[in-house]
Design a protein around this ligand. Structure first.
Ligand code: NAD
Length: 249
């Protein structure tokens, strides 16, 4: 099995329709043991139970250094190692530039960008001790094309920040055998877009996509399994577009 004996942490993984949970399911199907981290309101323990025995759910708000560190500690205590981190937690807000408040800015950047830094900081020391690990960070096509579908400019900025952070960490930790890569999803049908786009608008967007459909959560999960596993053993600092061809560059 591709991920036999690997221990994986997924942030924001409790939403059963989300990219995190789809990835948890696929990592587990390939043999990994998964720790799902999410806000208390999202019920990470319930999501982990859906995966089957042996997996765990932990409450952790990725904007809190103490909670990220405590979650990593709990995973290490239970399983003894951390092989994979999928930095997936993120929120979006439809805003125009002139309408972004300081609180909006903090909220959106804190989850995607600060959260990616804090959770990476929480797992990197153990990965350094192991001299191995794979971190997959979630950017967005919004960072590359300047938004324009759902999120505001602060969302594009947060996701562009994730790209820079991931590339810099890839450079810094390569000599420790730790790979850091990014995925840039296009428009994927999850709760994050629910109620925000009409069926008509979704149809118009799909017409512009070479693969002629919106993405599915499993499209992302497959890309993360690739980056998490030894199949991608010589890939670090990579940005993997998973967008159906929405942006070809
Ligand atoms: P989602 O809303 O279904 O899932 C996001 C998860 O993050 C939820 O479970 C939520 O509870 C959790 N979360 C929110 N704030 C958190 C915090 N402070 N700490 C811990 N967990 C927190 O969204 P999704 O579509 O599955 O998106 C997953 C990731 O993919 C996000 O980073 C998103 O920005 C990114 N993304 C999504 C799309 C898309 O079209 N769906 C496109 C590009 C990028």
């Amino acid at each position: 099995m591709l991920l036999k004996d690997r221990i994986a942490i997924i942030t924001g993984g409790a939403g059963l329709n989300g990219l995190g949970f789809a990835t948890a399911r696929m990592l587990a199907a390939h043999g990994a043991t998964v720790a799902i981290l999410d806000l208390e309101s999202a019920n990470p323990a319930g999501a982990a139970a859906e995966l089957g025995p042996g997996h765990i759910g932990l409450v952790a708000n990725v904007t809190s250094k103490a909670q990220c560190d405590a979650a990593a500690e709990a995973v290490l205590k239970r399983y003894g190692r951390i092989d994979i981190l999928f930095n997936n937690a993120g929120i979006t807000q439809p805003r125009k530039t002139l309408d972004i408040s300081a609180a909006d800015y903090d909220m959106v950047l804190d989850v995607s960008l600060r959260g990616t830094l804090l959770m990476s900081q929480a797992v990197l020391p153990s990965m350094q001790r192991q001299q191995s690990g794979s971190i997959v960070c979630t950017s967005s096509v919004s960072a590359q094309r300047g938004g324009g579908i759902l999120g505001g400019p602060h969302y594009s900025a947060a996701k562009a920040g994730v790209l820079g952070l991931a590339r810099a960490m890839a450079r810094e930790f390569g000599s420790d055998g730790i790979r850091v890569n990014c995925i840039t999803p296009g428009l994927i049908a999850t709760d994050i877009i629910r109620g925000k786009l009409t069926e008509e608008r979704k149809g118009e967007i799909a017409e512009q996509i070479p693969l002629a459909r919106l993405g599915r959560a499993d499209d992302i999960a497959g890309a993360v399994v690739f980056l998490a596993s030894d199949l991608s053993s010589y890939c670090t600092g990579v940005t993997l577009d998973v967008n159906g061809g929405m942006l070809i560059h």
